[in-house]
Design a protein around this ligand. Structure first.
Ligand SMILES: [Zn+2]
Ligand SMILES: [Zn+2]
Length: 207
């Protein structure tokens, strides 16, 4: 007997059904997040999961399921299409449904790389001049930056403070966020395997 899905109107002649609904519209008791945040090491690409580990489909699946609600029989994340295929048991048998999940990677540095990298950074922020102003802004800048990336080193000098930031864009955003004027210089620090040059930016703020 032909059934018509009460939600989308599709016929059981053209789509698989579970009970009275098509499988797409079957009311589910699971909630899968639309997006999850994952810290990723800028150097080795490992992600913050079970310590630090490779960004395999299995690991990403576990991270997503940890933030999901409800019972699933099994699940597998497809990185290419950013879809989580979830196998669920229902009163009408087992079926699979796919959920789009965006993985938002935040640049970080894993424990191993931070040890070997020492002062790895893409940018240096130098605060100079008025000591009170330096005190006032150092915490503000650093706590904002730490929400997005890492600070590998902070150095106190007689003329001010230098600190090394993992991500160039985040260094820039933090300075702009507090309306700080800076002088920017670029220094060639190396070359990638593909021949592209790596520059480290220095942002000097004078109060
Ligand atoms: Zn339907
Ligand atoms: Zn690493």
């Amino acid at each position: 007997m032909e059934k018509i899905c009460p939600r989308c109107g599709i016929s059981s002649k053209t789509a698989p059904f579970a009970g009275n609904f098509c499988e797409n519209c079957y009311p589910l008791s699971v909630r899968i997040p639309m997006a999850v945040n994952v810290l990723q090491c800028k150097k080795c690409r490992h992600i913050k999961y079970a310590g630090w580990s490779a960004p395999t489909p299995e690991n990403l699946t576990h991270i997503i399921l940890k933030q999901s609600k409800g019972k699933v029989a099994s699940a597998r994340f497809d990185k290419k299409n950013s879809l989580l295929a979830v196998e669920m048991d229902s009163a009408h048998g087992t079926f699979i449904k796919s959920f789009p999940v965006e993985i938002i990677y935040s640049p970080s540095l894993c424990d191993t790389c931070s040890k070997s990298a020492g002062s790895y950074s893409e940018a240096i922020i130098q605060l100079r001049g008025n000591k009170e102003k330096i005190e006032k802004y150092i915490d503000k800048l650093q706590s904002r930056i730490r929400r997005k990336t890492f600070i590998s080193r902070t150095v106190s000098l007689s003329e001010g403070i230098d600190f090394y930031v993992g991500d160039k864009i985040e260094a820039l955003r933090a300075l702009q966020n507090f309306d700080l004027e800076y002088l920017r210089t670029e220094k060639l620090v190396g070359q990638r395997k593909d021949g592209r040059r790596i520059y480290r930016s220095t942002f000097r703020v004078r109060f």
